[in-house]
Design a protein around this ligand. Structure first.
Ligand SMILES: [Ca+2]
Ligand SMILES: [Ca+2]
Ligand SMILES: [Ca+2]
Ligand SMILES: [Ca+2]
Length: 238
């Protein structure tokens, strides 16, 4: 009886510790699964949104007449689009030339002749790998610091006069993205993902406009980086 109960106690102790190990293993497994599915959700939702944004930009750039050359350090691209400013239901004027201009978004999309619109990166913050202990660009160091911001579309808006009486044009801005666009700090054309190719947001390669955007939700505890790019062949090159 005594030896029996002794065995039972030992057995109980062994069973309890085995159970404890199993519980710990299970919890570790569950938490790592939910962590990786959290990262996966983050990547999937960002990828989807990023694709929509870049497709929308590509659509307008395809028709565009780019103003000036877009070099690799530029954080913006200025362009015109065909608009029906003579209001005869086509995009050609009387001389059969394309009606280049933009729209006054502040005036219900009213077409305006000769003016431009642009896409532009606007910095709103920074992300430091070291201070967050996250290797965001996965190049095996924690040395990188990123500018964080968004891409605006900028239209001309109301025309006013300044203090000297000169005519001024104001801007109408719309943010195309949340504050989750990243670039290496102060290096608008740098190679973010270390694949040997520089990653300016906009870059003109002959009649092709290349757009590359890196997205990261830097407010997440474990932010991940997503890259989206497009190459648009200009339909109306100069
Ligand atoms: Ca017209
Ligand atoms: Ca890094
Ligand atoms: Ca680095
Ligand atoms: Ca790169």
């Amino acid at each position: 009886m005594r030896s029996n109960s002794g065995t039972t106690l030992i057995e109980l102790a062994i069973t309890t510790s085995i159970l404890a190990i199993i519980i710990v293993l299970t919890l570790t497994f569950v938490s790592s699964v939910s962590e990786s599915s959290g990262v996966l959700n983050q990547v999937t939702s960002m990828q989807q949104k990023a694709n929509e944004i870049i497709e929308k930009m590509a659509e307008s750039l395809r028709e565009a007449k780019v103003q000036g050359l877009v070099t690799a350090g530029d954080n913006n691209i200025t362009f015109q689009i065909p608009v029906d400013y003579d209001n005869d239901q086509d995009l050609m004027d009387n001389a059969m030339a394309i009606e280049w201009g933009t729209k006054r978004m502040d005036l219900a999309d009213t077409p305006v002749k000769g003016l431009t619109q642009k896409y532009e990166f606007v910095k709103t913050g920074e992300f430091s790998e070291a201070s967050r202990s996250v290797d965001l660009n996965q190049d095996d160091d924690l040395n990188d610091v990123f500018d964080v911001g968004h891409v605006d579309i900028v239209f001309p808006a109301g025309i006013g006069t300044d203090s000297t009486g000169s005519v001024t044009l104001t801007e109408f801005r719309q943010s195309l993205t949340p504050d989750c666009v990243i670039q290496l700090k102060g290096q608008t054309a740098a190679d973010i993902d270390n694949d040997g190719n520089n990653d300016p947001i906009f870059w003109q390669d002959g009649n092709t406009i290349r757009t590359t955007i890196f997205f990261a939700k830097t407010e997440e505890q474990e932010p991940v980086m997503v890259k989206v790019s497009s190459a648009v062949l200009l339909r109306n090159p100069q």
